[in-house]
Design a protein around this ligand. Structure first.
Ligand SMILES: [Zn+2]
Length: 310
């Protein structure tokens, strides 16, 4: 299996267009201690030829251009055969509009995400004006062989699992009476395997509740790429950028007794890598105390272009 991190930042990227915080300024200036980062996405391949994109960020055009494995090998061609979405957030879905020429690759998502992209963002109806749209429904708990638009297997399989979450902000309030509440599939993680192998990559760029079900998923993985959005719960509040805490925004913070680093402590047999890092997170600065806390826990910080093969 081949894995490439195309974007290791959360929504907004680093630097974020309207942010004058010290880290965004450092990234703009080219400070060697704070690297610029694209928004959240990875790609996976079983054969190094046919690739599945996980999330389509608004930066996808630059991400494909920066990744030779994803360059066309013929006139009007792309090695990106399919796209799987973890939710319908702008930073994970707006890139679908960038991939319209010639018709978008096959799109895998839950019912809730398909609804958001159809009725909320209206990306799917808009894409339909540029070519056929192939949406394949993902049901949490079921393993799916990911196929391209024509139905040819990519060699990659996924099993989605639900993580507690709310609908994307632009869909807020639509499902207030749904008895499934936070577990309706607005956000999922994926256990990703190459066909014929049990060595799973678990990809969870957004997760708030660190529970036994999640621990079980992570403990069976070979590698996890997991939500490192915020270091502390009140990170944005303390810097004066927002009134919302990390958990209110759907992310478990890294620090503290109930944080992600403590949660990951027992999983020493699994490669643990943080993705979806917000531009406010102090781990983004080399040499910071927060970065050293990661190292002390045996947890890595992804960077754009990070490549893994097994
Ligand atoms: Zn900033």
């Amino acid at each position: 299996m081949h894995v490439i991190v195309l974007g290791s930042s959360a929504g907004g990227g680093l630097p974020q267009w309207n942010c004058g915080c010290p880290q965004c300024h450092a990234a703009r200036r080219g400070d060697p201690d704070v690297h610029a980062r694209h928004q959240s996405s990875i790609c996976v391949s079983a054969d190094g030829v046919n690739w599945v994109l996980f999330n389509a960020s608004p930066d996808v055009r630059s991400q494909l251009a920066a990744t030779p494995a994803l360059w066309p090998t013929a006139l009007r061609h792309s090695p990106v055969r399919a796209i799987a979405l973890t939710n319908a957030d702008i930073d994970h879905a707006a890139g679908l509009l960038v991939l319209r020429e010639g018709g978008a690759p096959a799109i895998y998502c839950t019912e809730r995400v398909e609804e958001a992209l159809t009725e909320g963002l209206r990306i799917l109806p808009v894409l339909g004006a540029y070519g056929p749209v192939h949406v394949r429904r993902v049901t949490p708990g079921e393993t799916v062989r990911v196929c391209d638009r024509d139905g040819a297997p990519t060699g990659v399989s996924v099993r989605a699992f639900v993580v507690a979450s709310k609908p994307s902000p632009y869909m807020a309030g639509r499902h207030a009476n749904d008895p499934r509440g936070d577990l309706a599939g607005d956000t999922v993680g994926y256990a990703i395997t190459a066909d014929g192998s049990d060595d799973a990559l678990v990809y969870v760029p957004g997760v708030r509740d660190l529970d036994d079900a999640l621990r079980d998923e992570l403990s069976r993985a070979r590698c996890v790429l997991i939500d490192g959005t915020f270091f502390t719960d009140d990170e944005l509040v303390a810097m004066g950028a927002s009134t919302k805490t990390a958990r209110v925004m759907g992310h478990a913070p890294l620090a503290g007794d109930t944080g992600l680093l403590a949660f990951l402590r027992g999983l020493t047999h699994v490669r643990r890598v943080l993705v979806h890092i917000n531009n406010s997170n102090p781990v983004l600065r080399e040499g910071s105390d927060a970065r050293e806390a990661l190292a002390a826990h045996g947890v890595e910080l992804a960077h754009d272009g990070l490549s893994m093969v097994w």
